[in-house]
Ligand binder design. Structure first.
Ligand code: PTJ
Length: 250
């Protein structure tokens, strides 16, 4: 669908089109449309911008990924179509392979996502030759060279209990989730409450700036970060935004 640039919701409509096209191509799961709608709602009530608390989380996330010995970036259908190019760039800068890990798993979708991402040149893992103990759904299927042995995993647009299991397996988890109330947001070590389409470009910029930092500088950034405080700020920002909108109607 051709969207006129003059449309007041142009950017949001472009993202919707990407998700819908992705679904038609068999990359995005049908449930991905619903997940995207939930994300849109939360983005709307934070004012569709990156807040200071999100920048702090993005910086801590980049520091943790730079410190990691075996970092991995998990990719699902929504992530692939929204930021395939950008997440591949981040993967290369951080030396963190992408791993295709799906909730609504099918062999065909794994192949399609792989083919879709391959043009961007990052290392892509998708062997599905290991299982994460403690999980019953398809997200348990991982790559022996990737999530299975990773020490830090970036999990954008997650669905909840894998985050808990990854932590139980001793891994540090970074989530990107616009919903600060989700189980994933509450379970992760670092939660980035920001739209993935803003978060990943921010993280690319930060990674380029921070990759020359010393280990102790990076460690300080991670130590200073407080995820609960960050989530509190995100919830307060929603409250402030909605109160302002209500006042405007007085
Ligand atoms: O491709 P698959 O099979 O792995 O499935 C992917 C989805 C996203 C369908 C699956 O993981 C799922 O059902 O996720 P949930 O439980 O709907 O959770 C997705 C979370 O991501 C929700 O809390 C949304 O608010 C959030 N979200 C959606 N779009 C964005 C987002 N967060 C950041 N940026 C977005 N663009």
């Amino acid at each position: 669908m051709e969207i006129p640039k003059s449309h007041p919701r142009y950017h949001s409509l472009v993202l919707r089109e990407k998700i819908v096209e992705g679904m038609k191509e068999g990359i995005v799961a049908p449930q991905g449309l619903i997940a995207h709608g939930r994300g849109e709602t939360f983005d709307y009530i934070i004012g569709e911008r990156t807040h200071e608390y999100a920048l702090e989380a993005e910086r801590a996330a980049v520091a943790l990924l730079l410190l990691a010995k075996r970092p991995v970036i998990s990719v699902n259908g929504n992530t692939a179509v929204l930021v395939g190019k950008e997440i591949s760039e981040l993967s290369k800068i951080l030396n963190a392979p992408l791993e295709i890990n799906l909730f609504h798993w099918s062999k065909e979708r794994v192949v399609k996502i792989r083919e879709y991402l391959e043009k961007y040149g990052a290392e892509i893992l998708s062997a599905g030759d290991a299982e994460l103990e403690g999980l019953e759904h398809f997200r348990r299927i991982v790559d022996r060279r990737g999530i299975y042995i990773a020490d830090v995993v970036l999990v954008p647009l997650e669905d909840g209990d894998r985050c808990e299991i990854l932590r139980k397996h001793g891994k540090k988890v970074i989530a990107i989730d616009l919903n600060p109330l989700s189980r994933t947001a509450l379970m992760a070590d670092i939660t980035i409450v920001d739209n993935i389409v803003r978060a990943i470009p921010n993280m690319i910029k930060m990674a380029n700036e921070m990759r020359e930092m010393s280990k102790s500088e990076l460690e300080k950034i991670v130590e200073r970060f407080d995820n609960k405080k960050c989530l509190r700020k995100a919830i307060e920002a929603i409250h402030v935004y909605l109160s302002k909108k209500a006042e405007e109607l007085m």
